[in-house]
Design a protein around this ligand. Structure first.
Ligand SMILES: NC(=O)C1=CN([C@@H]2O[C@H](COP(=O)(O)OP(=O)(O)OC[C@H]3O[C@@H](n4cnc5c(N)ncnc54)[C@H](OP(=O)(O)O)[C@@H]3O)[C@@H](O)[C@H]2O)C=CC1
Ligand SMILES: O=C(CO)[C@H](O)[C@H](O)COP(=O)(O)O
Length: 472
């Protein structure tokens, strides 16, 4: 029997679907899963694709089944499991083989793993994969980091399995070491902000305007036909239309308002802070998930403080148009922040990240895919070195038109006691960003007063101290 073109470890949601995708594209894939029953079940259910699948019950069998040099994808739980699999594979592989971690790894772990394998091999690639179950099966967006020479060897397979946007595969080598996993992390940070802002608008429609899930669904469906066209808005409409078969109630009404998080949103916020780049919309979205988890405390707080009754009046055409524009403005700020974080990381780690390519490979396959990303890609084509979307000829006029609506929505929500943390953060970012003279002069004065930190003056170069002792 001919050898497999590639190996894959971990037949969970993502791994199983990715393996089927690989097999369907005509490559032979050798698969292994820690729990053998899963491997057997996977092959049984693979149907006609089973002919391209080599089921292995040990890692030794997997290593033997693949043609040299052997690329092996890890699609296991992020963290300890990845380290364990690398340790187990090391004695079985040679310097020219390639381990590809396709899970959602922290890019700092990827850097550590790559550095550890640098001398002895095998090659190590950190590869972000986005698109969930469907994407893995029919075409994800793939963000690769590591040695380019190793990437080139697996490029034909990645080209074949990736999503396509107007025929162009949504996969690319983005830079050395942790570049791929960093970009995937920021993709997810933006995903958090996008989802949170959509949820905030849903909250305004539900708790401010008193609309039911079924009344809100067509609003998102309509927006999906306009500037907000995106996978997340599309699925929001679908989710809001769905009913619970057990109770007959809208599905969202029987789902607990407590969202989990696996780490990528938090890592985005942490890395933004570490790089000194404001990513407040992403941070607000991460914090909102943490607050969502504090269900018992929130219930106690509602008993103590109460919540205002819906007071926003009917959701007429004008009110909906304002909400649509507000969501667009918030979204632009969140994406601008995410891309600025990537630009800063690129400088910090010497990655030379092709940000236009990042936008291009996010146009299809991934969770944040949207027409908007095509506009971002075009903005980078016009100005490849630009670091802030808010200042680009493509986006400046859009935010100029949309921000007054964001302001109205945030102000009315504040008055009505409706929480809009990510939209508020986006507005505050815009207002701070567009004001040439801010208030940090006072911060500098305070720092110099209490800690002799010095300050710069508006009228002279150099570091100065205030005569605070003589003050008042
Ligand atoms: N689900 C999604 O939408 C997406 C997930 N990801 C990332 O992909 C990776 C896999 O996620 P997903 O497929 O959803 O996860 P699942 O929980 O569906 O599957 C996890 C897989 O990891 C294996 N595994 C867990 N622990 C170990 C271990 N210690 N040693 C060996 N194998 C282990 C499991 O094997 P066993 O059967 O033996 O338990 C299983 O095959 C994660 O990093 C996730 O963050 C990325 C993009 C989207
Ligand atoms: O990577 C993904 C999508 O792009 C995964 O679905 C990830 O699990 C999403 O993050 P979280 O679980 O924290 O919401």
């Amino acid at each position: 029997m001919s050898k497999a073109d590639i190996g894959l470890i971990g037949l969970g949601v993502m791994g199983a679907n990715l393996a089927l995708n690989i097999a369907e594209k005509g490559f032979r894939v050798a698969v292994y899963n820690r729990t053998t029953a899963r491997t057997r079940g996977f092959v049984e259910e693979a149907g006609a694709l089973a002919g391209n699948i080599v089921a292995c019950e040990t890692l030794e069998a997997l290593a033997d089944a693949i043609a040299h040099p052997r690329p092996i994808i890890l699609m296991v739980q992020a963290g300890k499991a990845v380290d364990e699999q690398i340790e187990a594979l090391k004695p079985l592989l040679g310097a020219e083989d390639i381990i590809i971690d396709a899970g959602n790894a922290n890019f700092r772990d990827t850097r550590r793993r790559m550095a550890a394998l640098e001398e002895s091999g095998p090659h190590f690639i950190g590869m972000g994969v986005s698109g969930g179950e469907e994407g893995a099966r029919h075409g994800p967006s793939i963000m690769v980091g590591g040695k380019e020479v190793a990437y080139r060897r697996i490029e034909p397979i990645l080209q074949a399995i990736a999503a396509r946007y107007e025929g162009e595969p949504c996969q690319a080598w983005l830079g050395p070491d942790g570049a791929g996993h960093f970009v995937k992390t920021i993709h997810n940070g933006i995903e958090y902000a996008d989802m949170q802002m959509i949820a905030e608008i849903y909250g305004i429609l539900r708790d401010g305007h008193g609309l039911s899930a079924h009344e809100i669904a067509p609003i998102f469906a309509e927006w999906n036909g306009g500037r907000l066209n995106s996978y997340l808005v599309e699925i929001t409409a679908a989710v809001l239309s769905a009913d619970d078969p057990e109770t007959g109630k809208p599905m969202v009404d029987v789902i607990l308002d407590r969202a989990g998080q696996k780490g990528t949103g938090r890592w985005s916020a942490i890395e933004a802070q570490t790089l000194g780049v404001p990513a407040t919309a992403i941070e607000a979205a991460v914090a909102a998930r943490s607050l969502s988890a504090m269900k018992a405390e929130r219930e106690a707080a509602e008993r103590r403080f109460g919540v205002p009754a819906p007071a926003a009046g009917p959701a007429g055409k004008e009110a909906l148009a304002i909400l649509e524009q507000a969501l667009l403005a918030g979204k632009i700020v969140a994406y601008a922040q995410g891309f600025s974080v990537m630009a800063a990381a690129s400088r910090e780690f010497g990655w030379n990240l092709p940000l236009g390519t990042v936008a291009r490979i996010w146009r299809a396959g991934c969770i944040i895919r949207s027409q908007f990303l095509g506009e971002i890609a075009a903005a980078f084509d016009e100005a490849p070195q630009m670091e802030n979307l808010l200042s680009t000829p493509a986006f400046a006029p859009v935010i100029e038109t949309a921000h007054p609506h964001l302001r109205r929505v945030v102000a009315r929500s504040a008055e009505g006691g409706l929480p809009v943390p990510a939209l508020s953060a986006a507005l505050a970012h815009f207002d701070t960003f567009r004001r040439a003279r801010g208030t940090a002069n006072l911060i500098q004065a305070q720092r110099d007063f209490f800690g002799a930190h010095g300050f710069e003056r508006v009228d002279r170069e150099g570091s100065h101290h205030g005569a605070w002792g003589q003050a008042g």
